[in-house]
Design a protein around this ligand. Structure first.
Ligand SMILES: NC(=O)c1ccc[n+]([C@@H]2O[C@H](COP(=O)([O-])OP(=O)(O)OC[C@H]3O[C@@H](n4cnc5c(N)ncnc54)[C@H](OP(=O)(O)O)[C@@H]3O)[C@@H](O)[C@H]2O)c1
Length: 285
């Protein structure tokens, strides 16, 4: 399979590149600001012409678009940039996918749901109500991705791993330095292990499976509980992890209270179940 990964320097993208290369796929991947060992092309997907030309040159079977402006709080103030990357940039990729006759896999988010604890777990047919501006642009990205003739849209949640900077690498650094961490205990979701998400992208691409799938880990927990499990499994003092409410924490953008997704349609479609945080942390420690 010829696979083109947009955002190959990122957490999910670098896992896809690594797994695809070890399977023997022909891979090209892109970075924006951070060139890494896994990327060989610089690309800003807001540039329609360059997006078209790098994709046409490579002529992929599958494109995975992991690229996003996803600093959730910054999206509230840098609205033009958020829209141009997450919505308009995705439209550029979808248009280029059609020109190349490629299958597009687009990563969206659980934040497209309002996060009402009475509605969970959300299924693919549930009402969309983006919770903040980031989510609004990602939902616009979903609609843009649908321009592609062959498209798969995945909705993961709190993606973690070790391949590049993310919540878990930050928390491990703090725990290692014996610093206290205050973590919100009233934002619940189903954390998603990046290597599992990468595996699923490759499998869906290989099997040409299109459609909309929730694609999260199997366990629902608060950020605080997630961090306590991390500390426990990795042998750190769990008392360093302190709970705080969202109100006390004071984030710029609203967050869903509980955005637990039902990912059983995906699990059934590909006969694969994501790992829970405890087993994932066992693997990465
Ligand atoms: N992380 C989460 O918890 C989470 C949760 C739900 C959904 N998602 C979605 O999942 C996807 C992957 O997330 P991730 O954690 O792997 O993200 P990440 O680690 O931040 O990686 C993002 C990648 O996109 C690239 N990029 C950023 N802006 C770009 C642009 N304008 N044009 C081309 N490339 C650009 C970055 O390049 P440089 O690094 O070189 O600048 C990087 O390679 C995103 O679409 C995100 O919205 C993430």
């Amino acid at each position: 399979m010829r696979i083109f990964v947009i955002g190959g320097s990122g957490l999910v993208g670098s896992n896809i590149v690594e797994q695809a290369e070890s399977r023997g796929d022909t891979v090209r991947s892109t970075h924006l600001d951070t060139q890494t060992e896994t990327t060989d092309i610089d690309l800003d997907k807001t540039d329609a012409g360059r997006t078209q030309s790098v994709i046409t040159d490579f002529d992929p079977d599958v494109i995975v678009d992991t690229a996003a402006f996803h600093a959730v709080d910054d999206c509230e103030t840098k609205r033009n940039r958020a829209w141009s990357v997450n919505a308009a940039g995705t439209r550029n990729v979808a248009t280029a996918a059609n020109e190349a006759g490629a299958h597009l896999i687009y990563l969206s988010t659980d934040y497209v749901f309002p996060g009402d604890p009475e509605e969970i777990p959300y299924t693919e047919s549930d009402r969309i109500q983006p919770v903040n501006y980031y989510a609004e642009t990602k939902y616009a990205g979903e609609r843009a991705a649908r321009i592609a003739d062959e498209v798969t849209i995945l909705r993961p949640s709190v993606i973690y791993g070790t391949a590049s900077q993310n919540f878990v690498t930050w928390a491990l650094g703090e725990l290692e330095d014996s610093n206290e961490l205050t973590i919100v205990n009233d934002q619940i979701s189903s954390p998603t292990y990046a290597p599992d998400l990468a595996k699923v992208c490759l499998r869906l691409g290989e099997e040409s499976q299109t459609g909309l799938y929730h694609s999260t880990g199997p366990e629902s927990m608060s950020r605080y509980e997630f961090t306590v499990v991390l500390a426990e499994v990795c042998g750190y003092d769990t008392d360093l992890v302190k709970p705080i409410t969202t109100e006390e924490f004071g984030q710029e953008a609203p967050r869903p209270t509980d955005s637990t997704l039902d990912s059983s349609t995906l699990y059934d479609a590909i006969d694969y179940e994501f790992r829970d945080p405890e087993s994932a942390f066992e693997e990465l420690r």
